[in-house]
Design a binder for this molecule. Sequence first.
Ligand code: HMG
Length: 447
Amino acid sequence: MTTVGIDAIEIRTGKLQLDLAETFAPAQDEDPGKYTKGLGLHVSSFPDVYEDIVTMAANAAHRLMERKGLTPDDIGRIDVATESAFDNSKPVSTYVAGCLEQVYDDDFHHANKGERKFACIAGTQSLDDAYNWIRAGRNRGRKALVIATDTALYARDDPGEATQGAGAVAMIVDEDPDFVELSTDQGFGSADETDFLKPNQQFPSVDGKRSMKVYLARMREAMEDLERAGVELHPDDFALIPFHTPFPGMVRKAAALGYRHVCRDTDVELELAEEIGRQPRREEFKTQEQFFDAIEEYTDALTETERYEDWYADTIEPTLEIAREVGNWYTGSVHVARVAGLKHALEHDRDLTGAQLLVASYGSGAQAEIHAETVADGWKAEIEALNVDDQLDRRYDISFEEYERIHDVHNHDTDDYADVEELTTPSEEFVFDGWGRMGERKYRYVR
Ligand code: HMG
């Protein structure tokens, strides 16, 4: 059977950065350690005045298509995943196609375009859609362009403000992929939850603490569902485990839960038992509360063992390296984590060709998906082709006053941004160019 997966990938960050320890923490009268150590974040990416979900998506897709020598004729489908859309009818993918058509001779009139919504997990759902379309044989030799793009903004002074970010990830999904092969091994955990939502409003209503519990509960369900599908999960079987990363501290908690879960009744639990005892079992406790306390104590001891620390350093930590510097990109976040892990592997001469990845996606509202992937032969060349370090280094570092203005510029409810000067100079990229007669957003390519 022909393999299907991600053939190529591009990342586009917003061109501004807010330093959380140096700039945000003092303005909020908070200890910088809350951000850098507690949440695990150093910097957030923000869009400049002329950037938005469309420009970031189109710029990522353009670089990807140029690099792979593709034109619109090669693409049969454009799926955009976002939770920052500004139109309840016309999908962002049409705007992205409109941008790209400005720089290519052919067009996307033949391509099926859509927009996927389920909080942050929509990016992975769009990959699944593209995979299914190709597997079903409906692609007629064409590739799918899948883009995850968001400006993850919270209302000012919301606790989530520290986790903001902005960026896009564009992926080509194709047969015989160069980057990673997707598999049919998938597990889901899904429930009607009200932990984070945007009921016809731009900024989320969030119950932050509860959202963390819901994240962990759905991840556990997804693991159990994957096991029901016959997949045996052993922690040493996966070279990297990229998680949806709202902030690295969340992944720290999820990784500990996952490790504990998959080690139960394995050689690893037995080996660790000599040091920290066996995992607590529900039947050994009179009350649920006593059981939870024992689990918490065991987890604390587990995460301090050398075995766990080594596993975490190899399998999880590398996937967080970009997130620390950009914040939460919502739909793009787990795909940034995959890139970060493979980039770290390349930089440390770790040959992962043929290795297994376990990708753990999540979206509030809420749903988790865990699936397995295999690293394909061309992964090194794909990672080498990225210019992510260069983009991160070139970001303009905003002061707190500039941050306040930029937050207003991207707030759909304020209209006093017309006079706000851009902080960077656009070059060879798509930019926002004002509104059209029907309230549509307009874009142009700056040479
Ligand atoms: P908070 O309540 O302001 O922070 O916001 P906190 O007081 O809980 O501190 C955070 C951590 O820093 C804690 O660590 C503190 O102990 C530690 P923990 O106890 O959790 O391990 N800390 C320090 N550490 C070192 N030095 C210090 C220090 N001070 C404190 N000086 C919260 C935290 C996550 C609630 C907030 O940021 C928030 O509401 N975020 C938005 C919601 C979110 O990201 N939820 C995550 C799960 S849901 C999800 O991932 C989906 C999402 O991406 C949306 C989607 O799917 O579309 C959000």
